[in-house]
Design a protein around this ligand. Structure first.
Ligand SMILES: Nc1ncnc2c1ncn2[C@@H]1O[C@H](COP(=O)(O)OP(=O)(O)OP(=O)(O)O)[C@@H](O)[C@H]1O
Ligand SMILES: [Mg+2]
Length: 185
C-alpha cells in the first residue's frame, strides 16, 4: 500500500511560515573544501554580525570551529590571533576599530554552563560583544533565543579529507530579516 500523500502545507511557499519575510533564509548549507575557504566564510560571516550576537559552533574535534572563528576575528578586525583557548575558557579580542569585541569561548571544560560563563569575569559586556562559543550546546542556549548555530561536519569519516559541510541555522527574531544567502559566493 502506498503511503498517504503528505497534507498540503499552506506555508510551503515560505518555509519560515506566514509571519516571516519570504526570501530570508533561516538555514543555509554550504560545502567548504579547504581551511582557507573556511577562513573566508568566517570573514564574510563577520559582515552579518553585530554587537549582542551569539554564534554557537558545533562539530567534532578538528572540524574547523576555531578556523572559522579566526576568519570571524579577521572580518571583525579585532586584536590578537584567534587560537584554541587551551588554558582559558574564554578570550576577549578587542576591536581595532570601533566595532564590537569578539569573545571566543571554548565551553568544552565549562561544566556548569551559563552560571560559569557569567562568573568568568571577562571585563567585557556580552551584549556589546560578538560571542562565539565552541562546544556550547546544552550550555549557553539560555543566554539568548537569538543565535546563529553553525554545524561543521566532515564529508565522510575520512579524517584526511578537507571537505566540510557547514549548516547555518538562524534562530530568533534577531535573524528574521537577515539573509544568509549573502554568505554564498
Ligand atoms: N575545510 C576545512 N575547514 C576548516 N579546517 C580545515 C579544513 N580542511 C582542513 N582543515 C584543518 O583542520 C583543522 C581544524 O582545526 P580547528 O582547530 O579549526 O578545529 P576545531 O573544530 O576548533 O577543533 P577543536 O574541537 O579541537 O576545538 C585545521 O588544522 C585546519 O587547517
Ligand atoms: Mg577549536
Amino acid at each position: 500500500m502506498e503511503a498517504p500523500a503528505a497534507p498540503h502545507n499552506p506555508s510551503e511557499q515560505n518555509p519560515h511560515g506566514p509571519h516571516e519575510p519570504a526570501g530570508a533564509r533561516r538555514t543555509l548549507e554550504l560545502t567548504v573544501t579547504s581551511a582557507e575557504e573556511m577562513l573566508d566564510l568566517g570573514r564574510r560571516l563577520a559582515g552579518l554580525l553585530r554587537a549582542g550576537d551569539l554564534v554557537m559552533l558545533t562539530g567534532e574535534l578538528g572540524a574547523g570551529k576555531t578556523t572559522m572563528t579566526r576568519g570571524l576575528g579577521e572580518g571583525l578586525n579585532v586584536r590578537g590571533a584567534v587560537t584554541s583557548p587551551t588554558f582559558v575558557i574564554a578570550r576577549v579580542h578587542p576591536s581595532l576599530g570601533d566595532g564590537p569585541p569578539l569573545v571566543h569561548v571554548d565551553a568544552y571544560r565549562l561544566g556548569g554552563g551559563l552560571d560559569e560563563m557569567e562568573d568568568l569575569d571577562l571585563d567585557v559586556s556580552l551584549p556589546e560583544s560578538v560571542v562565539v562559543v565552541e562546544w556550547g550546546e546544552g550550555k549557553v542556549e539560555d543566554l539568548t533565543e537569538d543565535r546563529l548555530q553553525i554545524l561543521i561536519a566532515r564529508a565522510t569519516g575520512d579524517t584526511d579529507d578537507d571537505v566540510r559541510h557547514v549548516t547555518l541555522t538562524a534562530l530568533g527574531d534577531r535573524w528574521a530579516l537577515a539573509d544568509l544567502d549573502a554568505l554564498k559566493d
